[in-house]
Design a protein. Structure first.
Length: 152
């Protein structure tokens, strides 16, 4: 393994991003087919351009106001494709650690309740996923994918 690969594996590892996925699903309101949102979490929460926008949002913010400049989303589909395996591995980690459980019949992911001490140990950067969940809770999966210009 060369140095670049080693740095990539440190930066993008499923254990780190499992916390993001847990925080996202633990804060997502009731949602149909919420597993379809999984590929969006890491690409939005790991890029400074997107995290700055999401962090700066408030309760009245919408996808339209946060991502009003469509040029910022031009490479978003490529980010999703590149990080899809990491998203799957992070979900697998969460399922294995019983942080989340999957209802295959409903295509929904649910968060198990963790005590506050455990959640406090999570990387503070993963809090961005909570904000993203609250933002996505206002829209259907179709609306989110359509506005972000993403294909399933």
């Amino acid at each position: 393994m060369n140095m670049i690969d080693a740095i990539y594996h440190i930066q993008y590892n499923p254990f780190k991003y499992g916390e993001y996925i847990y925080r996202f699903y633990s804060n997502l309101p009731e949602y149909q087919n919420n597993i379809l949102l999984l590929p969006l979490i890491i690409p939005l929460c790991s890029h400074s351009k997107y995290t700055n926008k999401i962090t700066g949002s408030n309760k009245r913010s919408s996808l339209l106001t946060i991502f009003e400049n469509k040029k910022e989303l031009y490479d978003f589909q490529e980010r999703i494709d590149a990080l899809q395996m990491l998203s799957r591995q992070s979900l697998q980690y969460c399922l294995g650690k019983e942080l989340l459980y999957l209802n295959i019949d409903e295509l929904n992911i649910y968060a198990n309740n963790l005590d506050k001490k455990t959640v406090k140990k999570f990387n503070p950067d993963s809090k961005i996923a909570e904000r993203l969940a609250l933002l996505f809770g206002k829209y259907s999966v179709d609306e989110i994918y359509s506005y972000l210009g993403v294909k399933l």
